[in-house]
Every structure is written in C-alpha cells, then in structure tokens.
Ligand binder design. Structure first.
Ligand code: HEC
Length: 227
C-alpha cells in the first residue's frame, strides 16, 4: 500500500514537472553582465546609440546622466552618443515616428528604458543572438526567442564584421547597458551598500559594549529596582 502511494506520488510529481518545463519557453543563455564594468557600459551605450536608438527610445534616461555615471565628458557624450543635435540634458528619444513605425513593422518599437527589468538580461542577450533567416517574414528573419518578431536583425552588419566571441561580447555590452538603464541608481546603491553594512557592523560593536556597560550593575546586584 505504502509503495503504491509513493509510486502514485512520484508519477504525479513527474507529470507536474513535465508541465512546468513545457511551460518555460526557449532556452536562454546566461548573459553574465556586470554593471560595475564601466568599459563594457561605455561600449554598450555606443553600440546602442548606433544600432538601436534609430527605432527605440530609452526615454527615462538623459544623455548627461550617462556621461556622469560612465565617466564621460560632455564632449565625449556629444561625439559618441548624440547624432541629431540634442542637448545633453535631454532624455533619449527616438526619431522614429510612431505612426510610420506601426505601418512598417506592424507595431511601434517599444521604449527600452525598463526592458532589462521586465524581460531580464538573459532574455535580451539570447534574443539579440537568435535571429535566423526566414523568407516568409517581411524582413527575411525570424527569432527563436520572440517568434514572428517584427524587428529586423539590427545587428547583422556587426555580426558579419566580428568573430563569434567578439559579437557575443558586443551583445553582452548592449545588454549590460540596458541593465544599467533599467536602474541607474544600482551603481551607487551597490557601492554605498558596502559602506552602510560596514557602518552597521561598527555600530553593532559599540552598541553591544554600551549594553554590557548598562547591564553590568544589574548583573552584579549593585542596582535594585525600587519597591
Ligand atoms: C528597424 C527598427 C529597430 C531597430 C534598429 C531595433 N529594433 Fe528592437 N524592436 C523593433 C520592433 C518593431 C520591436 C517589436 C518586436 C515585436 O514585438 O515583434 C522590437 C523589439 C525589441 C525588444 C523586445 C522588447 C519587448 O519588450 O518585447 C528588444 C529587447 C529590442 N527590440 C532590443 C533592440 C536592441 C538592443 C536593438 C539594437 C541592437 C534594437 N532593438 C534595434 C524595432 C527595432
């Protein structure tokens, strides 16, 4: 009887786990990004502005914030990241007109300010490397992660000019940049966090010594509560 129970339980569990794995979609590669890697973020910003900003805005982000966070002077930001005579205090919008985009792509390219937080870095990293030829689609490409995608393979020229490892690194940098854009304060939060923990550690020692000092009288019977 007991054996039967165990058997039915294990069958039920295996059916359950099968359903779970069937529900999870395409396999995602590990992006392995590091937002503390400033060189990677700088390269990602540059690649994003060159290959993506023609269609996608990151309207929660301003040029001068990128400059400040990534250690780039206003001139470097203007030279490398700005192409349409914007001002450094402006948010990063796109020149793509919404109406035309809807007609051309069958959908407006979404704002990517928060995409790293909604989809995750692994998803973006895998998505950008998963375009394949499919003549039945308007742009002649389809995507393994986003089936029947309406975005063209924006990085094809970069892929042609780089080795596979170099291309993976470029995509990793773009993904890293989008991760940073999703929460710019993370750069400060992670750095500050160490100091806050150190401060709390030192405070703990002091407060503990103080507590010992206060309770000493109680412990050794010098202090008695009043009647
Ligand atoms: C020619 C215009 C165009 C270019 C250039 C372009 N995209 Fe897109 N992108 C789109 C469109 C259109 C969609 C909507 C796709 C869909 O839903 O089928 C999209 C979707 C996406 C998505 C999915 C967003 C979501 O929430 O579903 C990501 C991520 C993305 N693009 C990243 C990029 C990156 C990074 C680049 C630069 C390397 C880039 N795109 C270049 C048009 C473009």
């Amino acid at each position: 009887m007991k054996k039967l129970k165990i058997l039915s339980l294990s069958i039920a569990l295996s059916i359950l786990s099968f359903n779970v794995s069937a529900a999870s979609k395409a396999h995602l590669d590990h992006a392995d990004t590091d937002i503390m890697d400033t060189a990677s973020l700088q390269n990602g910003a540059k690649l994003f502005m060159n290959y993506c900003s023609g269609c996608h805005a990151i309207s929660f982000m301003r040029y001068n914030r990128i400059g400040k966070d990534l250690g780039l002077s206003d001139e470097l930001v203007a030279q490398n990241l700005m192409f349409a005579g914007e001002k450094t205090g402006e948010t990063i919008t796109t020149a793509m007109p919404e109406g035309a985009a809807a007609k051309w792509f069958g959908g407006v390219p979404p704002d990517l300010s928060l995409v790293a937080r909604s989809k995750g870095t692994d998803w973006i990293y895998t998505y950008l490397r998963s375009f394949y030829d499919d003549e039945s689609r308007i742009f002649g490409v389809n995507n393994k992660v986003l089936t029947n995608v309406s975005m063209p393979d924006a990085l094809w020229s970069l892929r042609e000019s780089q080795s596979e490892a170099e291309f993976d690194n470029s995509v990793r940098d773009i993904t890293n940049f989008l991760d940073y854009v999703g929460e710019p304060a993370k750069l400060i939060r992670l750095q500050l966090g160490k100091w806050v923990l150190l401060f709390l550690g030192i405070l703990f020692v002091l407060v503990y010594l103080l507590k010992k000092e206060y309770w000493k009288d109680v412990k050794y019977g010098i202090w008695r509560p009043r009647d």
